[in-house]
Design a protein around this ligand. Structure first.
Ligand code: NBP
Length: 490
């Protein structure tokens, strides 16, 4: 009897590919897998998987691309889980000659959205479909349910939808954390901003931990209890939960492991990309930028040691009233997190308008409710805010969040000013508060910036007593010319 062909093919058997193929198989899809075999790199990857974790499962392994592709049901659905960048282009070149019109390539890696824009066009020019799907949730999500953000050739969605939704995490209401994002590289753009928000959340939690630890001089057990209690309320989230666990984790010598970990953070680039792209779009993303720069500053460990010796860093700090301080740190964390998400969603909205992606913000918030690293209860509130009939132009202006900010505002401000006067770094909390102050100020000193720009470079300015869009130049020194510079903005 002729054997049934595979429903989906997966290329790249590193941690994500292996676990995703097991998740697919668990959801009753027949899977073919392929990994390149390069002498000197790691040979026998396919055999190891097929004879190991995939043993006895409905998964077939292939060592060459033609027979791998031949094993798939048409239209073929092929998911690539390889390192982002050149490997994806190289693979596409190898796969193209063996595909038939209508076949679908899915890139599940962390690709740059501009590469995905280009690949969608390339794939479609050859008669194929290309889907750039951001996948979040790491190894655990890949195996048991990830948050998946697919975008690109929309014609491919009906064919890939049941497959991707089956392996996606399910929110508490049962909705799969995977839905169509939009055209071109929008899926990878949304995934990138997700990762940027993750950088922000982690920095904020780190600042909360540091403020509590240093101001209250409490041990990890007590700190952990505070985080566990926060995990019962509005801050309930995966990152708060793992922080509570990390705080009390002991190593084999019996001490808290966290206290022995070097304070020098690494990064792989998606936070940086979020900031670069926000800058390209002319949108403020200060909290995530602060989180990225703080990782860079933390990595300058030797320099910090020298500087702290020279400036005699404050070691003893004032003792605060515990319940009040805990509440103020909570307020700063909650409000700053809201600012961070508001900034992230505003960047998504600008990208959507600029690239005509028609992104659905409520749907994106819902897709992040489970499976991914930033999953939290709070995303339900964000989705609800975006779903109201008079959609807020900015999350901080949604009636629900306006009420929330008003409740925590004084604690947030007390914590930031107290920490600054005590010499405690809280860069993300204060970046959020400054953004909030600027956003809610009708008047800012940018009039002076415009005057300076016009003074030295004839960059022109608008006047408050003339309509917007009318530009003026002043001869500030009495011996300048009339020639103006262009009034474009980048
Ligand atoms: P890696 O990002 O480490 O990629 C390793 C895989 O890429 C291996 O299968 C490797 O084959 C293959 N590969 C490389 Br490298 N160059 C290739 C080429 N020129 N042609 C064909 N295959 C090539 O693996 P990962 O951590 O599983 O991540 C896969 C993708 O998913 C990445 O884009 C990553 O950013 C993204 N992602 C990862 C996570 C995570 O938690 N790890 C989470 C979410 C998304 P080889 O075995 O022959 O070297």
């Amino acid at each position: 009897m002729k054997q049934k062909k595979s429903d989906i093919g997966l290329i790249g058997l590193a941690v994500m590919g292996e676990n995703l193929s097991l998740n697919l198989e668990k959801n009753n899809w027949k899977v073919s897998v392929y990994n390149r075999t390069v002498p000197g790199i790691e040979e026998g990857v396919v055999e190891r998987f097929i004879n190991g974790r995939a043993k006895g499962k409905n998964i077939e392994g292939y060592n060459d691309i033609p027979s791998f592709i031949e094993s798939l049901e048409t239209p073929r659905k092929i998911m690539m889980m390889v390192r982002a960048g050149n490997p994806v282009d190289e693979l596409m070149e190898q796969v193209f000659p063996h595909l038939s019109p209508g076949d679908i390539l899915i890139d599940g890696g962390n690709s740059n959205y501009e590469d995905t824009n280009r690949r969608v066009l390339l794939g479609e020019s050859k008669g194929f479909y290309f889907v750039g799907a951001g996948v979040s949730g790491g190894e655990e999500g890949a195996l048991n349910g990830a948050s998946i953000m697919p975008g690109g050739s929309e014609e491919a969605w009906p064919a890939v939808k049941p497959i991707l939704q089956s392996i996606a995490a399910k929110a508490d209401d049962g909705t799969p954390c995977c839905d169509w994002i939009g055209p071109g590289g929008s899926g990878h753009f949304v995934k990138m901003i997700h990762n940027g928000i993750e950088y922000g959340d982690m920095q904020l939690i780190a600042e909360a931990y540091w403020a509590l630890k240093n101001f209250l001089q409490i041990d990890n057990q007590e700190l952990s209890e505070i985080f566990f209690s926060w995990n019962e309320g509005k801050l309930r989230s995966y990152l708060i939960e793992i922080t509570a666990n990390i705080l009390i984790h002991k190593d084999k010598y019996g001490g808290y492991l966290l206290d022995k970990i070097l304070d020098a953070a690494g990064q792989k680039g998606t936070g940086k990309w979020s900031v670069i792209n926000a800058m390209e779009l002319g949108m403020p993303l200060g909290l995530i930028a602060t989180a990225v720069f703080e990782r860079s500053l933390s990595a300058l460990k030797d320099l910090r040691k020298v500087a702290s010796d020279q400036y005699h860093h404050i070691e003893k700090r004032a003792v605060f009233n515990k319940p009040e301080l805990v509440l103020d740190v909570y307020s700063a964390l909650y409000a700053s997190k809201l600012v961070s998400y508001a900034q992230g969603f505003a960047v998504l909205q600008r990208a959507s308008d600029t690239f005509s992606w028609n992104l659905n913000m409520a749907s994106i918030a819902r897709m992040w409710r489970a499976g991914c690293i930033i999953r939290s209860a709070f995303l339900n509130d964000i989705a609800a805010a975006f779903e109201t009939t008079d959609k807020p132009v900015h999350l901080l202006l949604a009636p629900y969040f306006r009420r929330e900010v008003k409740q925590v505002f004084h604690g947030w401000r007390r914590l930031v000013s107290g920490a600054i006067s005590e010499g405690m770094p809280i860069p993300a909390f204060s970046s959020a508060l400054n953004y909030f102050y600027s956003l809610t100020s009708e008047h800012l000193p940018a009039n002076l910036i415009q005057a300076q720009r016009d003074y030295f470079g004839a960059h022109t300015f608008e006047r408050i007593d003339e309509p917007r869009g009318k530009y003026f130049h002043e001869d500030w020194t009495g011996h300048g010319g009339d020639t103006k510079s262009g009034t474009y903005n980048v």
